[in-house]
Write a protein that binds this ligand. Structure first.
Ligand code: ZN
Ligand code: ZN
Length: 446
C-alpha cells in the first residue's frame, strides 16, 4: 500500500498548488494537514457546489447520439472539454496561450498537481469514448495502481460534471486481484477504441493525492447511495471525482496567510511591537527569537515609509510576459542541495493581481532602476525574493515618489546608483509601503 504522506510531500503538493510554504516551515503538522485539505478542496472549486447538494437528485450528464457508418451509439456530451479548468493563475504563469488539450500525452510529468489535472482530462476522454472504467498505474515501477469504475456521470451545471466512482488502490501484494478485475472489465466492457486508453500513467505521489481527494470527497456521497458492485468489488469504496484547476486568487491568498508564530508555527499570536514585521504566539517564543531578530527590529526605528503606487508593467510592456530567474532554496524540490534556480513567468496585466502571500507582514523587495532612453519614461522594477510579486514604479505615473526612490538609490545606502533592497508591506493590490531610508540589517540573500 502507498505510505501516508510525509511532511515534505505535503509541502511539495501545497507548493505545486501555489501555496508558498517553505520546505523548512515550522507550521504544526495539524495546521499543515488542514491547509492541504483546504487547498485540495479549493483546487476542485468545491465552494461552487450547491450548499445542500444531494447527488441522488442531480440530473445525469446529457447523452447524445452519435452515428457512424450505420451504427449509432450514445455518448456523453463531450466531457474532455467540460473538465477543462483554467483561471487567471494559468495566464499568470504561462501567458495567454492555452496548452493543446485534444491530443495530449497521458504521461506523468512529475508535478503531482499538474499530473492530477491531466489524469482528470484522461478520464474524461475514456468516458467520452464510451468507456466505464480505467486503471491508474505507476509506469516507473508498476507497483501502485488505482482501479476505477465509473458509476454515474452527473450534471451540476453545463460545465461541471461529477463522476461517481467505485475505486480501490492496489499494490504488488494484491496484483492478482487487480488483474482479475481488469480481465473482468475487458470482458464486460471492452474499450471501444484502443485498450491503452484505459491505462493512465500516474506517479505514486499523484496517486496518494488522488486517494486523499477521494477520501475527502466521500463525504459528498450519502450513506444510502446504492451502487451495483461486481463480485470482485466487494471492498471497493465509493466517492467522487470533480474537475480540478489552479487555485483562484482568493484561495491562494487565504492559504498563504497566517503562517503562525515565526518560532514554533502555532497560530493566533501577535506581531512584534517594535517593527510589526514578525509574529509570535507567546512571550516565550518572542524571547527565544530576540537574539536573531533584534538587529532587524532596531534598524526600523523611526524610519521613513513611503507609499509606492505601482503598475503591473513598465511603459509599453502591458500585457506581455516577463520571466524572472532566481535562486531560492525553499522552493527547490526535495533532495536538491543548496539553492536551486527558480523561474517564474508573470503575465503583466493590471487585471491579474498577485496573491498576497505575506498577509500584511513585511518582506524584502529588490528594486532595480531602469533608465529609459526617453525622458520621463524611467521605471523601477520591484520584486520579492520568493518571486510571488513583481511590479513597476513608473516615472510617468508618480514623478515625485519615483524621484525620491532614485535619489535614495544614488545615495550612500544605494548600490551603484541603480539598485536597493528595502523592507516593504503590501497595502493594496498595486500598492506597497516602502521603508525608504533603512538598509535591511539582515544578510540579504537574493
Ligand atoms: Zn511560538
Ligand atoms: Zn521587531
Amino acid at each position: 500500500m502507498l505510505e501516508p504522506f510525509t511532511r515534505e510531500e505535503k509541502i511539495r503538493i501545497l507548493n505545486t498548488l501555489g501555496v508558498d510554504i517553505p520546505a523548512d516551515s515550522k507550521l504544526l503538522d495539524s495546521i499543515l494537514e488542514k491547509r492541504l485539505c483546504a487547498a485540495l478542496d479549493a483546487a476542485q472549486y468545491k465552494d461552487r457546489l450547491p450548499a445542500s447538494m444531494n447527488i441522488k437528485t442531480l440530473r445525469p450528464w446529457p447523452m447524445i447520439e452519435s452515428g457512424q457508418g450505420g451504427t449509432t451509439s450514445t455518448r456523453p456530451r463531450p466531457l474532455a472539454k467540460a473538465v477543462q479548468r483554467r483561471t487567471l493563475a494559468d495566464a499568470r504563469q504561462a501567458g495567454p496561450s492555452l496548452p493543446a488539450a485534444e491530443n495530449e500525452e497521458t504521461m506523468a510529468i512529475g508535478n503531482p498537481f499538474e499530473d492530477f489535472r491531466r489524469t482528470i482530462r484522461a478520464i474524461a476522454r475514456v468516458l467520452d469514448k464510451g468507456g466505464r472504467w480505467c486503471l491508474l498505474r505507476d509506469d516507473s515501477e508498476d507497483r501502485n495502481k488505482i482501479m476505477f469504475r465509473f458509476i454515474a456521470i452527473l450534471e451540476v451545471t453545463k460545465n461541471l460534471p461529477l463522476f461517481v466512482v467505485l475505486y480501490q488502490a492496489a499494490d504488488q501484494e494484491t496484483q492478482g486481484s487487480t488483474e482479475d478485475w481488469v480481465l473482468e472489465q475487458l470482458k464486460t466492457d471492452p474499450p471501444s477504441s484502443s485498450p491503452a486508453l484505459s491505462n493512465i500513467s500516474s506517479s505514486p505521489l499523484e496517486q496518494k493525492m488522488i486517494l486523499k481527494v477521494l477520501k475527502q470527497n466521500s463525504s459528498l456521497v450519502p450513506t444510502d447511495y446504492e451502487v451495483d458492485r461486481q463480485p470482485l468489488e466487494a471492498h471497493f469504496k465509493v466517492s467522487m471525482l470533480i474537475p480540478v484547476g489552479p487555485l483562484e486568487y482568493e484561495a491562494v491568498s487565504k492559504l498563504n496567510n497566517n503562517m503562525g508564530c515565526s518560532v514554533c508555527g502555532k497560530s493566533g499570536g501577535y506581531r512584534c511591537k517594535g517593527c510589526q514585521s514578525v509574529s509570535y504566539c507567546s512571550a516565550e517564543c518572542q524571547r527565544t527569537d530576540w537574539a536573531d531578530h533584534k538587529a532587524a527590529c532596531r534598524s526600523l526605528k523611526d524610519a521613513t515609509w513611503r507609499t509606492a503606487r505601482l503598475s503591473a508593467a513598465s511603459p509599453g510592456k502591458e500585457n506581455t510576459t516577463l520571466t524572472l530567474v532566481n535562486r531560492h532554496t525553499s522552493m527547490s524540490l526535495p533532495g536538491a542541495q543548496g539553492s536551486a534556480p527558480m523561474t517564474k513567468q508573470f503575465f503583466l496585466s493590471d487585471g491579474l493581481v498577485h496573491p498576497d502571500v505575506y498577509g500584511g507582514d513585511m518582506f524584502l523587495a529588490k528594486m532595480q532602476l531602469q533608465t529609459a532612453a526617453q525622458r520621463g519614461r524611467g521605471h523601477i522594477m520591484l520584486y520579492d525574493r520568493r518571486m510571488t510579486f513583481v511590479a513597476f514604479l513608473r516615472e510617468d505615473k508618480d514623478r515625485e515618489v519615483f524621484r525620491e526612490f532614485v535619489e535614495e538609490m544614488q545615495g550612500p545606502r544605494g548600490y551603484m546608483g541603480v539598485r536597493m533592497h528595502r523592507w516593504v508591506k503590501r497595502t493594496g493590490n498595486w500598492e506597497l509601503s516602502v521603508c525608504l531610508d533603512r538598509e535591511p540589517a539582515t544578510d540579504v540573500k537574493w
